[in-house]
Design a protein around this ligand. Structure first.
Ligand code: ASP
Length: 586
């Protein structure tokens, strides 16, 4: 052992003790003879004092620079009262060095390491990730991640779940993205697919009788990346047999509710998690992942304006549309520029226009004030519970378009007015998702969750005749405007699974070629089962208050799915390509 103690753990109680320490030079200050080194290891920092006249130790300390790796022996001593640093856990002591050895020198790091790193070019940070990871913020994130995963493992173990690994090289298991593929050398022209999730494998584990499974599972999806996505990411994948929806929700809600106070005690959550149907979430928040840290729900005021003479409202209503509104403080839309920006926003979300009503000290103002009768305005006040100082933003048109536009506006108000309390984690369940959505490009129905999701029992009759109306037993866990997890009760009967594949446009032969193993398995006593898969990266991102998941993944990829540290993906040499029976087309 090169060290007897960890730097960050030394306290006043160690005073007088001889210690051996090893770590990195965080900072070094030369006070004309007296040299101070902040020595850092994983546990934190401690101040090393090297006095002149300490022979060898002093001349070594003179050579040391930032990020040099040192080993040293010394004695812990209390700092003089006026030099105590209350901001540092080791601030009451210092270590007087007797001998210092340089274990490895270091070049000056290409990126600064003693700040939070947010202002440093991310490309450089990712290229030198092994240095970037040294900064305290990232280290805390990685530790939080470890603690969270450890908690999850222990919690689920207590509930009788088994952690079971599943293969990385399989056949396509669709979750709505493209597959990453691995060419087979031994079977020319054939490919493995990397799992988009262990979905089918966990279902087959249920067929195999394991009843409660989980895995900290890596998923690979080749898709166009957005801020909170990665081509490979980690899920807490779980599956249970002989359960209905509420059993699965209870396990995950119990886990999350128990986890938060342990790993992030400063965070608040609502208990129990509110539940919204998909239809309700879309109508009231214009999204299936509502941010419930603040109110400002969308209200339908169609009935109030059904007989209005104002054409901007009457015409869309007459053609089957709605008028919907949200209420914000009038100060948020008082300038011309603010109103223009809001109008641009609702237009970008598909709406034709936005109308406003503002209740000011000088009476009712806003673009709709002149168009509406007093009785209509008073009815709107009643419906929206508006008071002086409020601003109503109204959008007329197709119900989904109006809600989507107002949903976007709602988030704009959130950001401009800081409506979301930073310590709140507003978890909620979104349930009763539709089974299918119409794929305009492919001209057939496609799945919303994945093709193994059970349609609601009472909708099995209309599966073929009215697919758009079929609801499924799928559910999402959302938090602060993010989708944290999807799950569902699964199909466990071959006949229903076959009907779903047909509804998705697969011929029976095609369905069997792709998913024969599932169809066959369902004929050998498959139990009813269901599960879900919370995203670990997103969860840690929210717990750590980070702006994106790359900050909580040790070695993440860029938005263009590249690894800058390895410079991957990289080319294969021609010999390797030949072995894999591959040819690159320019
Ligand atoms: N496999 C699903 C997903 O990755 C989760 C689930 O249904 O359990 O979203």
């Amino acid at each position: 052992m090169l060290k007897t103690h960890n730097c960050g753990e030394l306290r006043l109680s160690h005073a007088g003790q001889e210690v051996s320490l090893a770590g990195w030079v965080h900072r070094r200050r030369d006070h004309g003879g007296l040299i101070f080194i902040d020595l850092r290891d994983r546990s934190g920092l401690v101040q090393i004092t090297v006095q002149p006249g300490r022979g060898e130790a002093h001349s070594v300390a003179e050579k040391a620079r930032g990020e040099f790796v040192l080993k040293l022996d010394g004695v812990v001593r209390p700092r003089p009262e006026n030099l105590v640093n209350p901001n540092l856990p080791t601030g009451e002591i210092e270590v007087l060095a007797d001998s210092i050895e340089i274990l490895n020198p270091a070049k000056a790091p290409p990126i600064p390491l003693d700040d939070d790193g947010y202002r440093t070019d991310e490309g450089q940070r990712l290229k030198y990730r092994y240095l970037d990871l040294r900064r305290a913020r990232l280290q805390e994130n990685i530790i939080l991640r470890h603690k969270t995963i450890k908690f999850i493992r222990d919690y689920l173990d207590r509930l009788g779940f088994l952690e079971i690994e599943t293969p990385m090289m399989i056949k396509s298991t669709p979750e709505g993205a493209r597959d990453y593929v691995v060419p087979s050398r031994l079977q020319p022209g054939r490919f493995f697919a990397l799992p988009q999730s262990p979905q089918q494998l966990k279902q087959l584990l249920m067929v195999a009788g394991y009843e409660r499974y989980f895995q900290i599972a890596r998923c690979m999806r080749d898709e166009d990346l957005r801020g909170d996505r990665q081509p490979e990411f980690t899920q807490l994948d779980l599956e249970m047999s002989f359960v209905d929806r509420d059993d699965v929700l209870a396990v995950v809600e119990g886990l999350v509710t128990a986890l938060i106070p342990v790993v992030t005690p400063h965070k608040r959550i609502f208990e129990p998690f509110p539940r919204l149907s998909y239809a309700e979430a879309m109508a009231r928040f214009g999204t299936d992942k509502p941010d419930l840290r603040f109110g400002m729900g969308i209200v339908d005021i169609t009935d109030t304006l059904r007989r209005s003479e104002a054409r901007v409202f009457a015409e869309p209503i007459a053609s089957g549309g709605t008028v919907r509104a949200i209420v914000a403080p009038s100060s948020a839309g008082s300038s011309r520029k603010e109103v223009d920006t809001m109008t641009d926003l609702v237009k970008a979300a598909g709406a034709k226009a936005m109308a406003t009503l503002a209740w000011t000290a000088e009476g009712v103002k806003g673009t709709a004030a002149k168009l509406l009768k007093d009785s209509e305005v008073s009815e709107i006040v009643r419906r929206l519970e508006a008071k002086q100082g409020d601003l109503a933003c109204m959008v007329a048109g197709r119900a989904d378009v109006a809600s989507k536009a107002l949903g976007a506006l709602r988030l704009d108000f959130r950001d401009r007015l800081n409506l979301a309390p930073p310590d709140l984690l507003a978890f909620a369940w979104v349930i009763d998702f539709p089974m299918f959505e119409w794929d305009e490009e492919e001209k057939h129905w496609s799945f919303i969750h994945h093709p193994f999701t059970m349609p609601k029992q009472e909708h099995l009759d209309i599966l073929e005749t009215d697919p758009g109306a079929v609801l499924s037993d799928a559910y999402d866990l959302v938090c602060n405007g993010y989708e944290l997890s999807s799950g569902s009760i699964r199909i466990h009967r071959r006949d229903i699974q076959a009907r779903i594949f047909r509804s998705l446009g697969y011929s029976d032969e095609e369905a069997y070629r792709r998913f024969g193993h599932m169809l066959d398995a369902f004929e050998y006593g498959a139990p009813p089962h269901g599960g879900m898969a919370p995203g670990i990266d997103r969860l840690i991102m929210l717990l750590a208050d980070e702006p994106n998941i790359r900050e909580v993944i040790a070695f993440p990829k860029t938005a263009s799915a590249a690894d800058l540290m390895f410079d991957a993906p990289s080319e294969l040499d021609p010999k390797h390509l030949r072995e894999l029976h591959l040819q690159i087309l320019e």
